[in-house]
Ligand binder design. Structure first.
Ligand SMILES: O=c1[nH]c(=O)n([C@H]2C[C@H](O)[C@@H](COP(=O)(O)O)O2)cc1CO
Length: 188
C-alpha cells in the first residue's frame, strides 16, 4: 500500500516530533512516499536547494499523490501546502484521513472539517498518546474494504473469463451484459 503523509513544512515545523511518530506507525501499514516531511533536519525552508526548484517538488508530490492509496494528514499546524494537497486528493477521489489535536486550541478550517463525509474523507480529533491506536483502527477498516474489493474483482474476472471461453470469437464484454441471463445466452 502506498501512503502519502502530509504535514506542515513552510507553515511551521512545531509538530515535527508528532509527524515522526505518525510516520513510524504508517510504515507498519505500507510504503510512506513522503517520509521527508517527518525529518527533523528539514527546516521551514523546505527542500528547495536539494531538488533545484519548486516546480520539481510540486510535480514529484503530485505524482506521488496520484500513486497513493491513502492520504494521512496531520492538520493541526495550518499549512497552505497541506490544504492544497488535500484539495487535489479529494478531486482524485482518494481515501483521506486527517488528524487534528484540539489541545492546540486552534480551530480547524471548515474547508477541511466540512469535507468529512464519514467514508472516503475522514477528520479525526485526537490526543498525541492515542494516535497509534487510532491509526490501527483506521487501517484495519481500510484493509477490510480492500479485501472485499479484491474478492469482488476476483469473482468478476473469473466470471468474465468464463464468458470469453464460451465465446472464443468475442473481443470482450459487451455493454449491458448481464451475467447468467437468458439474454446473455442468446447474445453468445
Ligand atoms: O519542500 C517541500 N516539500 C514538500 O514535499 N512539500 C509538501 C509536503 C507537505 O505535506 C506540504 C507542506 O506544505 P507547506 O510547505 O506549505 O507547509 O507540501 C512542501 C515543501 C515546501 O513548501
Amino acid at each position: 500500500m502506498h501512503i502519502y503523509f502530509c504535514g506542515s513544512i513552510r507553515g511551521g515545523r512545531q509538530d515535527v516530533d508528532i509527524y515522526q511518530k505518525i510516520v513510524r506507525k504508517l510504515k507498519t501499514f505500507g510504503e510512506v512516499l513522503t517520509e521527508h516531511v517527518s525529518h527533523s533536519e528539514l527546516s521551514e525552508k523546505g527542500e528547495y536547494a536539494a531538488l533545484r526548484g519548486e516546480k520539481a517538488i510540486h510535480q514529484r508530490d503530485m505524482d506521488w499523490l496520484s500513486l497513493s492509496d491513502v492520504i494521512v494528514a496531520e492538520v493541526t499546524q495550518p499549512s497552505l501546502g497541506v490544504g492544497y494537497e488535500l484539495g487535489r486528493a479529494v478531486a482524485m477521489e482518494k481515501n483521506i484521513f486527517c488528524l487534528f489535536r484540539p489541545s492546540s486550541e486552534r480551530s480547524l478550517s471548515a474547508m477541511i472539517r466540512g469535507a468529512d463525509d464519514g467514508e472516503r474523507v475522514q477528520v479525526r480529533d485526537y490526543a498525541e498518546e492515542e494516535v497509534e491506536a487510532i491509526l490501527d483502527e483506521y487501517f484495519a477498516k481500510l484493509n477490510k474494504g480492500y479485501c472485499w474489493t479484491l474478492v469482488g474483482l476476483d469473482q468478476y474476472w473469473s466470471w468474465s473469463g468464463m464468458q470469453v471461453q464460451q465465446d472464443p470469437g468475442s473481443e470482450g464484454l459487451r455493454p449491458g451484459f448481464r451475467p447468467g441471463s437468458d439474454q446473455d445466452l442468446q447474445l453468445l
